[in-house]
Design a protein around this ligand. Sequence first.
Ligand SMILES: Nc1ncnc2c1ncn2[C@@H]1O[C@H](COP(=O)(O)OP(=O)(O)OP(=O)(O)O)[C@@H](O)[C@H]1O
Ligand SMILES: [Mg+2]
Length: 371
Amino acid sequence: MSSITPEAVLDALRTVIDPAEGKDVVRLGCVRDLSVAGNAISFRLVLEDPGGAFAQIAERMCKQAVRNAVGPEAGIRIEMDNEMIGLGDVDVVKDQRAGMQPIGATNVIGVASGKGGVGKSTVAVNLAVSLAAAGYDVGLLDADIYGPSIPTMFGVEGERPRVNDNRKLVPIERHGVKLVSMGFLVEPEKAVVWRGPMVSSAIKQFLGDTDWHGLDYLVIDFPPGTGDIQLTLVQSIPITGAVVVSTPQKVALADARKAVAMFEQVNVPVLGIVENMAWFTPDELPDKRYYLFGKGGASALATELDVPLLAELPIEPKLMEASDSGSPYVSELPDSETSKIFSVAARQVARKIDLINAGSSASGGLEIVYQ
Ligand SMILES: Nc1ncnc2c1ncn2[C@@H]1O[C@H](COP(=O)(O)OP(=O)(O)OP(=O)(O)O)[C@@H](O)[C@H]1O
Ligand SMILES: [Mg+2]
């Protein structure tokens, strides 16, 4: 008999839908402290409304779903939790990090790099659109106050989010993604003199004052580097996990290592590394891959740091053209090989986050410690 994995248990629990939310219990972050030891499975189930109709049947539904998936020999113990937490509309579900404000998203994904210009924004945009295409509610926050590029990449420069009756910012929605950019509110020239704490308090305010409407994922496009600003940001936003982008060159990898170290320092799990501009395939030689900047560096770094390599992306002029023309690549060319790489990476990110939320560190060597 093959052994039961936390992933298999979560896959089974994804079939258990809370009708009031219209989402499954994994997506809602209700499954916590998952432990799988041989045939013994246990977890806590934290529901928004512990007295509601769903709570009466949730335990039985979860047991049945898991047993159907992994076999009758499984021993399943579920602790129903009465912890009152908001799900969906207003609160961060599993933000257990002290002193942080709820921001209206179940999960926050930081996309960062040590070095500038390696493709962070490109990755953040296409990851966000891929997650939205997979059916999730997704937001994208451009935290790059000095060089915001999300408005250009979505073709919404010059647009301004409106403010609703509750005095909250209403994100601009494109390609299924709710967008907010520092570029909407602050002119980059005026931001040059801002220091880390100013940037981070502006962004925190931005996060809290936006009507995200219960996101599954909020992707944050970080400013490049691992300095004062980035460190303040990772300390002040409840980031569920980080994606570190690098190009294959040694100098970029050295900076990616610093970015991984920065997240680990503040106990933000690194979901994985994305190697961008890994190779080039000319149109006339479709079977060839030219590794212009060196080969295998990011994968070696991922192995060394014990984090997954989420994706290797080619140098793809159409990626750049799509960004410049204001229409994300994965929306323009959804069936291309590169779009498939993004969609696989998005799925991997979603699954890693499910494991983190479930408190299971069994996969990818992630050890989850909340401050
Ligand atoms: N795989 C790729 N193939 C071709 N061009 C790419 C690729 N990835 C990114 N680019 C282009 O490289 C430039 C830099 O990318 P991007 O703006 O995403 O980087 P960044 O890391 O966000 O930069 P910054 O540090 O300035 O925020 C952009 O013009 C983008 O379109
Ligand atoms: Mg950028």
